[in-house]
Design a protein around this ligand. Structure first.
Ligand SMILES: CC(C)(COP(=O)([O-])OP(=O)([O-])OC[C@H]1O[C@@H](n2cnc3c(N)ncnc32)[C@H](O)[C@@H]1OP(=O)([O-])[O-])[C@@H](O)C(=O)NCCC(=O)NCCSC(=O)C[C@@](C)(O)CC(=O)[O-]
Ligand SMILES: NC(=O)C1=CN([C@@H]2O[C@H](COP(=O)(O)OP(=O)(O)OC[C@H]3O[C@@H](n4cnc5c(N)ncnc54)[C@H](OP(=O)(O)O)[C@@H]3O)[C@@H](O)[C@H]2O)C=CC1
Length: 473
């Protein structure tokens, strides 16, 4: 990739945009055909899900201007929401002055498989002792049964367990139920890992039943991959901040207003929900475009936020992290101290420039799931040209930070509606009933001339009726 800077890319018609993409990326004409026309791929989609009756198209765009860890990326994003792609492209453009986005990670592609042991004939303490003393053998059994992941230097790395004591208040029986929860740390390399880990857990369950002299109920992957975390960081200089507001605000003012907006979200759950929605606008769009499991990502990120605030409440969890041999001490502290309400941080550096940070768990694959089945996802992965899951997840994290920053920047300067509703105008024209490109374009252009607060469906409908009346005269 030469450069991801494609100035005014959006001002071109679709065909010209596709030509520019061909000139500036790894894609070829067949790839453009694949993303433009899925009609002849029905049989593939028919194999992906049950009772398939058709294909649900989501617009696919590209985010421009991105540099992540010193590499240029044109980033595919599948979303139905206007202004998201413009926002992240703008944020990336503004960050280029400072080298773009820098993403670090634990570098550990480990996900957690869980086993729930119940109805043990021995005490939970004894069961825990039996299982813990057998952990190397259990990991060896898994890696022997699933050799290919082990041969990739992946597979079962480590196991730990925790006693859960449940008092059955709601059944008024006052019985105290003991469970033993076993956590297998499985390195799944470049896959997201859910299917393989679930197979591993179902395989090892009978052995666990013998060790605990009880039954195994749940054997399933956890969607809280605390070993697979990514920290994205970017600096927006006072200069670019001031210019982004067309000099209406100084860079220092914008930086301080963004920090205050972030502090609001850190201290108010209602604001935090929208702050996070902004971040997920970016992450989900790249997740869907690359055929990854966005429900898993959403669950992981929102659970991680709650988890890091609640560790002390659940007995033994904190100790489990401190004892975890896969983390460095620094990583343990980062996990235990990541008690931010928004998984983001904003502050000014010594130059007064704004620094944004985002810290999220991301368990995604460049193989497995739909990544290699959905032809459009395959094309998007080809465009990104990421060599492994770590690199792809770094792009996800950068886009999440970019969208979060862009939303805050707009909110603390011109307001969100100016940019968002202008880009939403063509949707409103269609909702108002504009029938063809000419009507859509006419209504959109007239909506552009309105104040952001006047850009609405009723205004679009009024304009469309006026256009049709003047045409009939
Ligand atoms: C929308 C902008 C970027 C306009 O901002 P602007 O100042 O009018 O942009 P510009 O015309 O100066 O263009 C600057 C760059 O923006 C990009 N850009 C500009 N226009 C386009 C376009 N049509 N199509 C594609 N890219 C566009 C493009 O990269 C362009 O530079 P170039 O690459 O051309 O050299 C700005 O107002 C903005 O960033 N707004 C934020 C919008 C946003 O966050 N949308 C998300 C949906 S709202 C939401 O759900 C999240 C939220 C807000 O609720 C979260 C929260 O509350 O925290
Ligand atoms: N989030 C959740 O809780 C759940 C999600 N899912 C779905 O599971 C899917 C993801 O599961 P996953 O197991 O990743 O996908 P797959 O079931 O598609 O399997 C990925 C497989 O790819 C093979 N492989 C080839 N090269 C590599 C490599 N370099 N690194 C790692 N694996 C490699 C491995 O098989 P081999 O070792 O045999 O070569 C691996 O098991 C997603 O579609 C997700 O939606 C399913 C259940 C639950």
């Amino acid at each position: 990739m030469k450069t991801s800077q494609l100035p005014a890319f959006y001002k071109n018609p679709l065909q010209k945009r596709q030509e520019i993409l061909l000139e500036n990326s790894t894609l070829d004409k067949n790839d453009i055909e694949t993303i433009s026309n899925t009609k002849n791929k029905t049989e593939i989609f028919d194999k992906m899900i049950e009772n398939m009756i058709g294909i649900f198209p989501i617009p696919l765009g590209i985010a421009t201007n991105f540099i992540v860890n010193k590499k240029e990326y044109i980033i595919p994003m599948a979303t139905e929401e206007s202004s998201v792609i413009a926002a992240v492209s703008f944020a990336a453009k503004l960050a280029r002055n400072s080298g773009g986005f820098f993403v670090t990670s634990t570098g550990i592609d480990v996900v957690i498989g869980q086993i729930q042991a119940i109805e043990m004939k021995i005490s939970a303490e004894e069961a825990k002792k039996n299982v813990d003393s057998y952990q190397e053998k259990l990991c060896l059994m898994i890696n022997t049964k699933f050799p290919k992941m082990y041969e990739r230097n992946g597979g079962a790395k480590y196991m730990t367990s925790r006693i859960l004591t449940i008092s059955d208040d709601f059944q008024k029986s006052q019985t105290r139920k003991e469970m033993l929860i076993i956590y297998f740390m499985i390195d799944v390399k470049d896959a997201m890992g859910a299917n393989i880990v679930n197979s591993m857990m179902e395989f090892i369950a009978p052995t666990i039943e013998t060790l605990v002299q009880g039954n195994v109920l749940l054997k399933i992957i956890s969607n809280l991959p605390i070993h697979r975390t990514f920290t994205a960081k970017a600096v927006w200089t006072k200069q670019v901040l001031q210019e982004s507001s067309k000099n209406k605000y100084s860079g220092d003012e914008i930086a301080q207003r963004i920090i205050q907006a972030w502090q609001f979200a850190e201290n108010d759950p209602f604001r935090a929900a929208t702050h996070l929605k902004g971040m997920m606008n970016g992450i989900d769009s790249v997740c869907i475009a690359t055929g990854n499991d966005f429900r898993s990502i959403e669950s992981a990120i929102h659970s991680f936020r709650k988890y890091s605030l609640e560790i002390p409440r659940f007995s033994g969890l904190e100790q489990m992290i401190l004892d975890d041999i896969l983390f460095t001490d620094l990583q343990k502290q980062e996990i235990l101290n990541s008690r931010t309400n928004t998984l983001t941080k904003y502050y000014q550096n010594n130059n007064g420039d704004l620094v944004g940070e985002l810290f999220v768990p991301l368990s995604i694959g460049v193989v497995g799931g739909a990544t290699k089945v959905n032809p459009v996802a395959q094309t998007c992965l080809k465009l990104l040209d990421c060599k492994n899951s770590q690199e792809l997840a770094s792009v996800f994290a950068a886009v999440g930070l970019a969208q979060n920053f862009a939303a805050l920047r707009a909110l603390v300067t011109e307001g969100i509606q100016k940019g968002h509703m202008k880009l939403h105008a063509s949707n409103l024209a269609i909702m108002a009933g504009a029938q063809n490109n000419q009507e859509i374009e006419q209504v959109t252009q007239l909506l552009y001339q309105k104040n952001p607060s006047e850009i609405s469906l009723s205004t679009a409908t009024l304009i469309l009726n006026q256009i049709r009346e003047s045409f009939e005269k």
